[in-house]
Design a protein around this ligand. Sequence first.
Ligand code: NZQ
Ligand code: ZN
Length: 386
Amino acid sequence: MKNFVFQNPTKLVFGKGEIARLPELLPENVNLMLTFGGGSVKRNCVYDQVKEALKGRNYIEFWGIEPNPHVETLRKAIQLGKENKIDYLLAVGGGSVLDGTKLIAAGIASEKEAWDIVLEGYAPEQIAFASVMTVPATGSEMNGAAVISRDETKEKYGFFGDYPRFSILDPEVTYSLSEHQIACGLADAFTHVMEQYMTTTGQSRIMDRWAEGVLSSIIEIAPKIKENPHDYDLMADYMLAATLALNDFIRMGITQDWATHNIGHELTALHGTTHGHSLAIVLPGLLRVLKPQKQAKLVQYGERIFGITTGTDEERANKAIALTEAFYRSLGLTTRLSEEGIGEETIEIIAKRFNERGAAYGENQNVTGEVTREILESCLPPYTLS
Ligand code: NZQ
Ligand code: ZN
C-alpha cells in the first residue's frame, strides 16, 4: 500500500425529510446564493421543500446551470455572486449543478478567469458551498472534484478544490428520475469503482473488498430498481453506493486508472453523450485493449463479482469483460459507438486531441492518443453476446 493522507470533511445528512434540516446546517449571517439547473426541482417539489426550510432567510437564486455545466453560464453566476457579495452557495440539483457551483465558488473567491481555473486543474480558494443532491451518480456531493465544459470549443475538463460543507441526500428525491437517468447514474457509480479498483492485485485487501462490496451492491440492486424505482430502501442503497463510489474511501493507498473518464468526457464534449452512458461504451473497450496488464485483477473481479471459477486466466478475463458489458446493457444502455452513430471521424479527433496534449492516462500512464484510438476502434463493431 502506498502512503496516503485521508480527509473528507463533508457532513453527510441522509434520509427522508432531511431537507428540513437546512436552517440548522446553514450558518447564520451569510450572504447566500442558491444555484439550480433547468427546473426539475420545481417539478418534483424539492424547490418547495428548500423554500419552506429557508423561510425567513435572505438569499438570491441563480437558475439555468445545464447538464455538463458550461463555463459560459457559470461566468454569469460568478458575476452575480460578486455583485451581491455572496459568501455561501447552496447547490440544489444533480452533479452538474454542484460541479458548476464549485466553479462559481472558485470564481467568486478570486480574480482569475473561470476557464483558467479549470485549466489549472486546482482551485486554491473557494467560498463555502453545500448541496441538496438530487441525482445519485457523480459522488460530487462528497468529493472535491468538478467537471466543466466549454461549449464554444467543445472541451470538457475536471478540476479539484474544496469539498461541500454538507450534502443532504434524501432518496425520495430520486423518484422523479427517468429510467435512462437511473441507468446512467448506476453506470457512472459502477465505473467510478472500476476506475479505482481495476488495476493490479495485491495492493490492499481492504480497498479491494470495499470496492467489490459496492460493485456487488450495484449489480444486485440494478434489476430491482428497474422493477420498482420508488422503493425507498433500494433507492437509499443506490444513493449511498454512488456517494461511496467516489468520496475517497475506496482509494486509500492504491493506484487508479481514470482513462475511461478522460475518453468518455471527449464523447460528451463532441456528441453530448450522457456522462454515465459514455463510460458504458468506453470501459469494456478499455478492458479489451488493456487486458494483458489488468488480467490478474480481471480474474479476481470475475471470480468475486460474477462467480467465474473455470477456464484459463485469459478465458476468465474475457468472460469478466463480457459480463461487464452485459451489465451495462442490462441497464438499458448501448455499449458500442456504432449504436450511437459515432464513427472513425470522432476517433480521429480524440486521438489527435490526446496526442496534442501528450495524454498518458491510466495507472501505467500508457493510455496515449494511439492507445485511445485502439480502445475506441474496439467499440465500433456491433455488439454480439460472447
Ligand atoms: O437541470 P435540471 O432541470 O435540474 O434537470 C436535471 C438534468 O437535466 C435532471 N435532474 C436532476 N435531478 C433530478 C432530475 N430529473 C428528475 N428528477 C431529479 N431528481 O437530470 C439531468 C441531468 O443532471 P446532471 O446533474 O447533469 O446529472 P449527473 O448528476 O449525472 O451529473 C453529470 C455531470 O457530473 C460530472 C459529469 O461529467 C457531468 O458533467 N461528473 C462529476 C464528477 C465529480 N464531481 O466528481 C465525477 C463524475 O465522473 C462526472 O464526471
Ligand atoms: Zn463519472
